[in-house]
Ligand binder design. Structure first.
Ligand code: NAP
Length: 272
């Protein structure tokens, strides 16, 4: 059971690459629509913008689930805790709800950064801790290293990428998954079967994709600057895909497809 599984937190609002006024407008719209889980990162350079708009919006603190991530370059013993303290100042929070390691150190050892993450939790800087972009091998290793449970591995997850091994490892380790690039940054629209399935349910291809993610047992993050898209992405709890729908969507996997690969992110590990 993940903190993200609790009601509205299943549907998170991502903030990359929003900043400044664009972020404020988007987050205000998202709050108005009903989003209460917000995802940011040191890397996005927008923690202060997010903190400001959330403070001004006046949503009770306990109704929000705020996730941030430690930048890969802040994972040394000298930089880790000061960087988290800076995140808290920027966000205007005493503690973040979930603190993630944004990327593993390539194929290097995961133990040092996991121990620093756990230390941040023990110091009260985070209510929960998690990781992002961890491979199956790293998920198993984390279980051996940590005393505090990981509440999430946030990973690229959409129908074009087969994540069956990660799903199996999530079940085995009890580390829940959460999605990013949930509509593959629009690439899913090239597959008419999603719109065909949607037509039967009175929903769009994006809504079908997001529903598929939830029915896989994965919580989701989406980002949009458009109110109608934000609303559509949120409005996915009133229908269910059939087993046949799920099977057809499973069949959309594209060999070697991955948005967050080593060409884009120097910290990417060898995916297993
Ligand atoms: N942990 C990590 O390493 C990592 C990596 C990447 C992202 N993330 C997080 O995950 C969040 C979501 O991922 P993402 O933004 O990269 O990818 P995404 O959600 O797959 O795609 C976002 C794009 O899709 C469009 N869109 C959204 N909803 C739509 C809809 N219903 N119909 C048509 N177009 C739609 C948006 O454009 P419009 O603005 O025009 O709607 C936006 O350009 C990020 O904001 C970030 O918080 C984490």
């Amino acid at each position: 059971m993940s903190v993200y599984s609790e009601g509205v937190f299943q549907r998170g609002f991502g903030t990359f690459p929003l900043r400044g006024n664009e972020l404020s407008v988007a987050v205000r719209n998202a709050i108005d629509i009903g989003y209460r889980a917000f995802d940011t990162a040191q890397w996005y350079g927008n923690e202060n913008d997010l903190g400001a708009v959330l403070a001004e919006a006046g949503v009770p603190r306990d109704d929000l689930l705020i996730t941030t991530k430690v930048h890969p370059e802040n994972m040394s013993a000298e930089r880790f805790l000061p960087s988290v303290e800076q995140s808290l100042r920027d966000l205007g929070l005493f503690a973040v709800d979930v603190l993630l390691l944004h990327w593993p150190p390539g194929d290097g050892p995961v133990e040092p950064s996991l121990e620093l993450l756990q230390e941040a939790c023990r110091l009260g800087y985070a209510r929960h801790i998690g990781v992002s972009n961890y491979t199956t091998r790293m998920m198993r290793r984390a279980l051996q290293v940590l005393d505090v449970p990981l509440v999430v591995n946030q990973v690229e997850f959409h129908p074009l990428l087969n994540q069956d091994k990660l799903l199996a490892t999530s079940a085995e380790t009890g580390i829940p998954l959460s999605s990013y690039c949930s509509i593959a940054r629009g690439e899913i629209f090239k597959y008419p079967v999603l719109a065909d399935i949607g037509e039967r349910h009175g929903k769009s291809a994006a809504q079908v994709t997001l529903r598929w993610i939830l029915q896989k047992g994965v919580t989701m993050n989406t980002m949009s600057t458009r109110r109608e898209n934000m609303r559509a992405n949120f409005d996915i709890m009133d229908f269910a895909l059939t087993d046949e729908d799920m099977r057809q969507i499973d069949g959309l996997t594209v060999a070697n497809y991955r948005i967050s690969n080593a060409d884009v992110v120097p910290f990417a590990p060898t995916w297993d």
